[in-house]
Structures are given as structure tokens and as C-alpha cells.
Design a protein around this ligand. Structure first.
Ligand SMILES: [Zn+2]
Length: 465
């Protein structure tokens, strides 16, 4: 276990410390992390991507070819999996003349990566590498390796997104994501901790409830951050609380909310913007680091063409699966990795008023396996519209137990009464059909995944049903 895991909010030391000491641990951890980052690499990438965002299409396509070829050459020389694959297929990246040569490689699936194991790890260093893994909620967990350069690469892109939201380094920031900054057993007291090294207020997303919405809003207003980085489910919980209490957020400095890690629905995005009185920026990234999508000042989702090569694989219904080749991780290069994520690409002729030429997607629909299946054979995704405009409803999750049985678990304030439940039931029936039995269950809170993420749809059906 490395030093900063011991100091982090995930450790036993942190869990048992007093709040004051916890704040010291968070601060020390940040200072150590700052020492660890490769500053030269970070600075170089920051400067490069500050320029790259303004490249014309032919400019970023040339950049992509150069990056993809360099990555494939590195993979051919240092990564056993690709050495074998290229040998069998007779691939020589030195001869690549266009991105079509990259696109001729076979797709790499999640199962391929799990099977390949350390065969995808580059030989010969760097020595310092870290292994992360997915939460494995939908099957076997996938392991990913990172090094200092890949961590710097990711950080530079996250910083550029924060800059698009109007944030400058060092300014006050609030953070409402999956970090267990307040131990689960703590019921009272402050549900947030200050990280002085990063001038960041970290709020617990695990303790949000109808009863403490006021405390969270007041803590945010008192700290008055310039930027709020949050899980969509957590900040929309607060936005709905504000709506229910006929209030808007009063902090004077907030320029933007940046959401990520879960799917943000258009309705939630609008509600957050209205109640927090600022623009909402949504970031899509993948654990496998093969693709990233960011939101510009005009609210459009741009494929970050300087982060990786992203291909849209059409599903025939206007949506596309994402296939990506990320440029940032030489310790574990993935070429043409097929993600589980689905987007709706915009008209290719659309030009964003921000003047960046990076391709635009209309919507990020999220994971392909988050679906409800109906007895008549339909697959229903993105159920957010079920909950839109229902006053007093703070969180909702749809759980499919059997093909003809669905539970809707809700966290609701006092304003959400029988009429609200009936409306919700009517909407669900209309969409899922009369052959599905739907029950509404009021709960105090909805459990998060191991990484603290909210899942709107949980299917307990096996793959064969
Ligand atoms: Zn734009």
C-alpha cells in the first residue's frame, strides 16, 4: 500500500481520526501527491493542449495519426500482447499513412483485456506503476495500470475542463463526489472537511438526505467556491432540495458546476443550472482512459480529439458505441478498445460557436448495460424522464428483479405524497407496459457502488433471460 492510501480518506487511520486530524491528513496527502506528479510532463502537456484545442480538423487529425503511430510502435516493441498480435497480422505501424491503418486493427474488448492480463503491460518500466480496478458491478473487474506520466496526462485534461468552466488554479473549489471524507458511522456534526493544500471543501456524498439539505447548502454558501465538482446524482439531489424549498443557491462566486462519472440527464442538467445559477459542464471519461468528452462554454459536448482517437460505431438508432485509442498511458496501451458507453453524435456538419473544431455529440447516454428489459422484448434505457418535474422527489432508482417485476426505490421529502407516487406509477406503467408489476418503495437512502457511484438502473436479470 502506498503512502497516500494510508493517509487517504479510504484508510483505517483516517476513519478513526478526529475531524481536525482528518483535515491534516487530507492536506498532507495532497502535498505528497503534488511532489509525486511529474511536473515537467504536466507542464508540457498543459501547454500543448492549451494550443491543441484550437486546431482545425486537419490539424488534430495529423496529430492523431502521429500519436497513434507512436503508440502502436511502442506497443509493437514493448507490449507482449501487441507484439504477438502484430506479428500474426503482419502489422507494421511504421508504414501507417492515415488513421484508416489504425482502424484496420481488430477491436479490443473488455474480455480481451481481462484475458490478456499482464500481457498488456509494457516491459522495461517505468518502475513506479499503480494498479487500479473497476468496481466489477457488472461482471469481472478489469485491472488498469498507470504511471506518473499517465497520471499527469489525465490531470492536464481535467484541468483544461475546469478552465472551460471558468476556474483558475488555486481558487476555491468544492468537491461532492465518492470520497468517504466523513466516516459512515458519523451521524451529526460537519459533513464536510477542508483540504487546505488544494483550497478545496470536500463534502460527503454518502450523507445527503432530505433532512440535511439546508446544512449542505449553507456550508457551500459560506465557503463560496468558484467551482463545484460533483457526481450528477449528488448535485441534482441538492438542486431538487432547493426546488422543493423554493430557494436558489446564494453563493456569489460560483462560475460552474462540473459533473462526471455518472450519466447526467438533460433535465437534471437544467435543474442544476437553474437552482445553482451557473453553467453546468459535464465530463465523460472511462476507467480504461481511451476516450474523453468535455463540455465547452456553449454547453456542447466535444470529443477531446487530442486525448485519443475516438470512433463512433453506429447502433442503427442514431446512437453509437464508443471505441477509443487513448494517447496517455504507455504503461498499458489500449488500441481500439470497445467501451460499454453509448453517445448520440451531432450532425457532422454542425459547428460549435466556441470555434473549437472537435467533433460534437448531442448526448452521452451512458452505459449500454444499464437497461430495463420488458416481457415484450424491449430494452428501455435512461429512465430519467420518469422522475422529471416530480416535486419533492430527491433520488430514484429502478431495480429489475424479474422480467415482469420492477421496484422503484425513492428518497423523497415531505412534499412528495400519494399524488406524486400515483403519477410516478402511471408514467412507469405507460413506459414499461401492463405486464410488468411495479412497486414503489420509500427508502431513507440509496446505496452507492464501491466507488460511491449512483446507479439509476440496477438489473438483477442474468444475461440469458
Ligand atoms: Zn464548443
Amino acid at each position: 500500500m502506498d503512502t497516500w492510501t494510508v493517509l487517504s480518506s479510504h484508510s483505517a487511520l483516517y476513519r478513526h481520526a478526529a475531524p481536525g486530524l482528518q483535515e491534516h491528513l487530507l492536506t498532507v496527502q495532497s502535498r505528497l501527491r503534488a511532489l509525486f506528479i511529474e511536473h515537467g510532463t504536466l507542464q508540457r502537456i498543459r501547454q500543448a493542449i492549451a494550443r491543441n484545442q484550437w486546431l482545425p480538423p486537419e490539424g488534430w487529425r495529423a496529430l492523431q495519426l502521429e500519436e497513434a503511430r507512436g503508440l502502436a510502435l511502442h506497443a509493437a516493441r514493448r507490449v507482449p500482447y501487441y507484439r504477438d498480435l502484430f506479428g500474426r497480422l503482419g502489422v507494421d505501424p511504421l508504414t501507417w499513412r492515415s488513421l484508416d491503418d489504425l482502424h484496420a486493427l481488430p477491436e479490443l474488448s473488455r474480455e480481451d483485456v481481462i484475458e490478456a492480463g499482464t500481457g498488456l503491460l509494457a516491459e522495461g518500466g517505468p518502475l513506479l506503476r499503480f494498479r487500479g480496478s473497476t468496481s466489477g458491478t457488472t461482471g469481472r473487474a478489469l485491472a488498469g495500470w498507470r504511471d506518473r506520466a499517465s497520471i499527469a496526462f489525465e490531470q492536464a485534461f481535467v484541468e483544461r475542463q475546469a478552465a472551460w468552466a471558468g476556474y483558475r488554479p488555486g481558487e476555491r473549489r468544492a468537491w461532492l463526489r465518492g470520497d468517504p471524507v466523513v466516516p459512515a458511522h458519523q451521524a451529526g456534526g460537519a459533513l464536510w472537511r477542508m483540504n487546505r493544500a488544494e483550497n478545496t471543501l470536500l463534502l460527503s456524498s454518502y450523507h445527503l438526505s432530505p433532512a440535511n439539505g439546508a446544512a449542505y447548502i449553507e456550508a457551500l454558501e459560506r465557503f463560496d467556491p468558484v467551482l463545484l465538482q460533483a457526481y450528477p446524482s449528488s448535485v441534482s439531489h441538492l438542486a431538487r432540495w432547493l426546488e422543493e424549498h423554493d430557494r436558489v443557491y446564494q453563493g456569489a462566486s460560483l462560475r460552474g458546476v462540473v459533473t462526471s462519472s455518472e450519466t447526467l440527464s438533460p433535465a437534471d442538467r437544467q435543474l442544476i443550472a437553474e437552482r445553482f445559477g451557473c453553467r453546468v459542464f459535464d465530463w465523460y471519461g472511462a476507467f480504461e482512459r481511451v476516450a474523453a468528452i468535455g463540455t465547452c462554454e456553449h454547453g456542447n459536448y466535444h470529443v477531446l480529439e487530442d486525448y485519443g482517437c475516438v470512433e463512433f460505431e453506429p447502433n442503427g438508432d442514431g446512437s453509437s458505441n464508443l471505441i477509443g485509442t487513448g494517447f496517455g498511458n504507455r504503461s498499458m496501451p489500449l488500441l481500439r478498445y470497445r467501451t460499454d458507453d453509448v453517445v448520440v453524435p451531432a450532425d457532422p456538419g454542425y459547428r460549435c460557436p466556441c470555434r473549437r473544431s472537435f467533433r460534437v455529440v448531442e448526448r452521452v447516454l451512458g452505459r449500454a448495460d444499464d437497461v430495463i428489459r420488458t416481457p415484450d422484448g424491449r430494452h428501455v434505457v435512461m429512465l430519467d424522464w420518469l422522475f422529471t418535474g416530480l416535486f419533492g422527489l430527491l433520488e430514484a432508482q429502478v431495480v429489475q428483479e424479474r422480467l415482469n417485476e420492477v421496484r422503484i426505490r425513492i428518497v423523497a421529502g415531505s412534499e412528495f405524497g400519494v399524488a406524486g407516487e400515483q403519477e410516478l406509477l402511471a408514467r412507469a406503467l405507460e413506459r414499461l407496459g401492463p405486464r410488468v408489476t411495479i412497486r414503489i418503495e420509500r427508502v431513507a437512502r440509496i446505496e452507492r457502488t464501491r466507488n460511491g457511484k449512483f446507479r439509476q438502473i440496477v438489473s438483477r436479470l442474468s444475461g440469458e433471460q
